[in-house]
Ligand binder design. Structure first.
Ligand SMILES: *Cc1c(COP(=O)(O)O)cnc(C)c1O
Length: 381
């Protein structure tokens, strides 16, 4: 048996026993009534999670990157332009996808640790005629959370469709599709849903579905939402075999979310983030992301002087907590700790305690117990 470790990387996230147990059920036919029922429930729960009243959800084998690709391939007609609003790493990936499809695009890139201001977006939208605007909600490399609600408002003043890359946010941070006027939320199973990796997850507004219908053809076959639409409306129909076990696990993941309650869940994520930052802050860590843009799902603690990245993360792993290193020019300067999905308050206390133990074994001096105490104070508040 592999020793169980607390996986606090920015996805995949720890999987609740209720969810992992669904993967071990016998594989049933993809057109059996039990599966059709659960697939339908997953699709309908997904719409509730993103507050989408009209519109269509899609759950397809793949991951976040396929969901990004499907968004572009279904919504950008030949000769049309896309604008990407990026506060880190994954916006550029959207640009790379546009390159692969030969689409025209621009990227508005904020400095790392902050985000593009809504007025800057307004200015850019005034300069060119974009058909699609895509923004990352929480960037996994920089830990910054973009003001996507304000972005949606700015895009609504134009004709363009607005899509959110919610891979590190959906199900952990509020996203209200209908109220805010968002056309697509794209995400994956393995981050805030706390389901094992394996699914591209999307919700399209009616406007977005109509846009696809208005395009004569698109440059994808498997990713064409019109191929999938009949299946999503009636999962007893066939287009390409759905991953039965994974979708049943995802269905359970959506039940876990709705059982907790969306409001309670979003507040829990916020409190968890505050507790973690209070705990690590009192041990001498600062944080890379500017306060205004802190994400509730992920943090980037900056090492205090004298703490070496690799040695620290190895020690922390010995204490059974796995975190990720910094990306790009943040390598060695920060670590990245995810606190999203189905993580309990006691797991956060465990993580802060493990950080204290690792630091202490590395000879770093601090007031023992102060991190856990600070985290607890926030959690008990
Ligand atoms: C993780 C992530 C992705 C990529 O998802 P994959 O499932 O690894 O393809 C895209 N966007 C954001 C914001 C992410 O955090």
């Amino acid at each position: 048996m592999e020793e169980e470790k607390l996986l606090l990387i920015p996805g995949p996230t720890p999987v609740h026993p209720r969810i992992i147990n669904r993967l071990s059920l016998p594989t049933v036919s993809h057109v059996s009534s039990v599966f059709v029922r659960e697939f339908k429930e997953a699709l309908s729960n997904l719409k509730k999670i993103v507050f989408c009243e009209q519109g269509k959800s899609f759950i397809v084998a793949g991951a976040g990157t396929l969901a990004m690709e499907m968004t572009l391939a279904n919504l950008l007609g030949d000769g049309e332009k896309m604008l990407v609003v990026s506060q880190g790493y994954f916006g550029q990936r959207m640009g790379d996808i546009a390159e692969a499809f030969g689409c025209e695009y621009d990227v508005m890139q904020s400095p790392w640790g902050s985000a593009v201001q809504p007025d800057q977006l307004r200015d850019q939208l005034g300069k060119k005629n974009y058909s699609l605007v895509v923004s990352t909600h929480v960037d996994t490399a920089t830990g910054s959370c973009a003001p996507v609600r304000e972005y949606a408002q700015a895009v609504r003043e134009k004709e363009a469709l607005f899509a959110i890359d919610g891979v590190c946010a959906t199900g952990g941070i509020e996203e209200r599709m209908t109220d805010w006027g968002v056309d697509v939320i794209l995400t994956a199973a393995q981050k805030c849903f706390g389901v094992p990796p394996g699914l591209a997850v999307l919700v399209f507004s009616e406007r977005a579905v109509d846009k696809r219908k208005s395009l004569r053809s698109v440059h994808t076959y498997y990713g064409d939402i019109l191929k999938w639409l009949p299946v999503m409306e009636d999962p007893s129909r066939y287009f390409s075999t759905p991953c039965v076990n994974e979708i049943r696990a995802f269905c359970e993941g959506t039940r876990v979310i709705l059982d907790e309650g969306l409001d309670v869940r979003f507040k829990r994520h916020h409190k968890t983030a505050c507790a973690l930052r209070a705990g690590l802050g009192s041990l001498g860590f600062s944080f890379f992301t500017e306060d205004e843009f802190f994400a509730d799902t992920l943090s980037l603690p900056v090492y205090p002087r004298g703490v070496e990245d690799r040695a620290f993360r190895e020690k922390l792993a010995e204490k059974r907590v796995i975190v990720a290193g910094g990306l790009g020019r943040l390598k060695g300067k920060v670590f990245r700790i995810g606190h999203m999905g189905n993580i309990s308050y006691s797991q956060i206390e465990f993580a802060v305690d493990a950080v204290e133990k690792a630091l202490s074994e590395l000879g770093y001096t601090f007031h023992p117990g102060s991190g856990v105490k600070a985290a607890k104070e926030v959690l008990q508040d």
